[in-house]
Design a protein around this ligand. Structure first.
Ligand code: HEC
Ligand code: HEC
Length: 473
């Protein structure tokens, strides 16, 4: 493990050495400065900045260091995998296609991430040659997708009428759902665990019991992904949860806008670690336990950049980021056809903004359990690499086609088809592609999706500003 950290460090240092010809300091300085800013709270050199397409991101741990002896980094199951296999610090604590491809090249497709159980498009794929492996692991290599296998629940309100699986495996016993690993950082802000919320253990108030949920999740992950024959011990589970819930990650440096925590801006993981959060904080539907009204201006990181002078080397880019934040907070979106909102409220159209759903201040997830169907799994958005499932309602005999039934495979409810949680929107630049199925290769693609799906009418400059903002959080 230590070797991998060393390699990543070497890679970062090498790449950075090559582009130090900028007016902004190199990431070694960023690390040094952040450490001194936080009065020595985060001095560990392991918490270095990692390069991505638009700058550098960085993780801090409330422990002050990354303990690579934690069971998170240990292979406990039978197939050589650890949590680290799919949750890489340098790839936003998930995996990116570039990172997966690098591992494929170095290991000729035998690195532990390449395992038939859920790394391959089908558990029965041919992996006997390099060529065969490249084909068998194409979803992982091209989009960073893991195959989550879940059955139609026994009590479901629907049956599986037909399967069109390009890989010839999926059935009612095990649907193949191609999903992005969710980041194992910024977890202390979760309101639901997993894309479909299936690992959320809730209390009497139906709020997530985060510790209980993640203790259970760590064991499920070890039993399934790592094909472990034994359960994790209570100690192992708690160590993993203690480790992962103390991590905070964000972008810290942007090639256009420079440092993200200067001139009054509060980007960066140290500020995030101090961000207030509780279930229902800033809920738009009156679920805030403090009784406070919803404030659509949920993102305030870059508000001080709104008033920067027009001149100044980086000021133009910084003002664009601030404008993007303003668009995220205020651009009107007519929310229609979103199951979980429009149907539940009985309102065909809801005037909202990005923050109606991404409401947690400066975090961006939905602050309550609120699985929503924004239309990503509809037949109209199916790409040929995804399976298509035809579901039939047992009562009404109505049929629906979807590439991933989402929450419906957990609750068995027809109304839950295609619902997923509103995820945390921090550290985005480090971890393309986006959405549960990696269907948006870039943040621009994600913005394009919203612009088309909700007919927002964003102009080209508005889209650029919104993307500039999303890259910096
Ligand atoms: C083979 C790849 C793989 C391995 C190994 C793996 N995970 Fe994951 N992880 C995923 C995928 C894929 C998801 C999302 C699945 C879904 O939502 O259906 C996920 C989701 C998560 C989440 C949910 C985060 C959220 O925002 O809800 C946590 C926490 C997590 N993993 C922790 C772990 C831990 C701890 C381990 C080691 C015990 C581990 N994972 C091992 C692929 C992996
Ligand atoms: C109606 C609710 C809703 C609105 C409005 C909304 N989102 Fe989302 N957003 C979601 C949900 C739900 C997901 C997860 C969908 C999935 O992957 O299945 C998501 C996912 C995302 C992701 C991908 C995150 C990741 O980890 O892959 C980005 C980026 C994003 N939203 C940005 C925006 C922006 C920008 C806007 C405004 C233009 C916006 N969202 C408006 C509900 C919403």
């Amino acid at each position: 493990m230590k070797n991998r950290w060393l390699l990543l460090g070497l890679f970062t240092t090498l790449v950075l050495g090559g582009c130090s010809n900028t007016s902004e300091p190199n990431p070694t300085d960023i690390n040094a400065e952040s450490a001194s800013l936080s009065t020595q709270a985060f001095p560990d050199p392991n918490l270095r900045a990692f390069l991505n397409a638009s700058g550098w991101s960085r993780t801090v741990s409330l422990e002050g260091h990354i303990d690579t002896g934690n069971p998170f980094f240990q292979s406990i199951g039978s197939n050589g995998r650890s949590c680290l296999t799919c949750h890489q610090p340098g790839e936003g604590w998930t995996v990116t296609p570039a990172g997966v491809q690098r591992r494929f090249l170095f290991s000729l497709g035998t690195d532990p991430i390449f395992r038939l159980v859920d790394g391959a498009n089908s558990p029965s794929a041919d992996v006997s040659s390099l060529h065969a492996r490249r084909k068998a692991y194409s979803m992982l290599l091209e989009k960073g997708l893991i195959r989550v296998g879940l059955p139609i629940p026994a009590n479901a309100e629907f049956t599986l009428e037909a399967v069109d699986d390009p890989y010839g495996f999926a059935s009612a016993q095990e649907l193949s759902l191609f999903r992005r690993p969710m980041p194992t950082t910024n977890l202390s802000f979760l309101s639901a665990a997993m894309w479909d919320g299936r690992e959320s253990i809730v209390d009497a108030a139906k709020h997530i019991d985060l510790n209980a949920s993640l203790l259970h999740q760590s064991n499920s992950a070890t039993r399934t992904h790592a094909q472990s024959a034994r359960d994790l011990t209570d100690n192992e589970r708690q160590s993993i949860v203690n480790f992962e819930t103390k991590l905070f990650s964000t972008q810290v440096f942007d090639f256009e806008a420079g440092r993200l925590n200067v001139k009054g801006a509060t980007g960066g993981p140290e500020a995030l670690a101090l961000q207030e959060f509780f279930i229902g904080i800033n809920d738009p539907l009156g679920l805030n336990p403090s009784g406070k009204a919803f404030d659509p201006s949920a993102m305030t990181l870059y508000t001080p950049w709104q008033n920067l002078a027009a001149e100044g080397e980086l000021n133009g880019a910084r003002r664009a980021v601030a404008r993007g934040q303003q668009i995220f907070n205020t651009k009107p979106i007519n929310i229609v056809g979103v199951n979980g909102l429009n149907d539940n409220l009985g309102v065909p159209s809801i005037p909202g903004t990005c923050t109606t759903c991404h409401d947690s201040p400066n975090i961006g997830n939905h602050s309550v359990i609120a699985p929503l169907n924004i239309g990503l799994t509809d037949l109209s958005r199916r790409t040929p690499d995804l399976p298509l499932y035809t579901l039939k309602n047992k009562l009404s005999l109505e049929t629906r086609q979807t590439t991933d039934p989402g929450r419906a495979l957990i609750t068995g409810k027809w109304a839950d088809i295609g619902k997923f949680k509103g995820p945390i929107l921090r550290n985005l630049a480090a971890r393309a592609p986006y959405f549960h199925n990696g269907s948006a290769a870039t943040l621009r693609d994600a913005v394009n999706f919203y612009n088309q799906r909700f007919l927002i009418g964003l102009s080209e400059p508005e889209m650029q500003d919104l993307v500039a903002f999303l890259k910096t959080i």
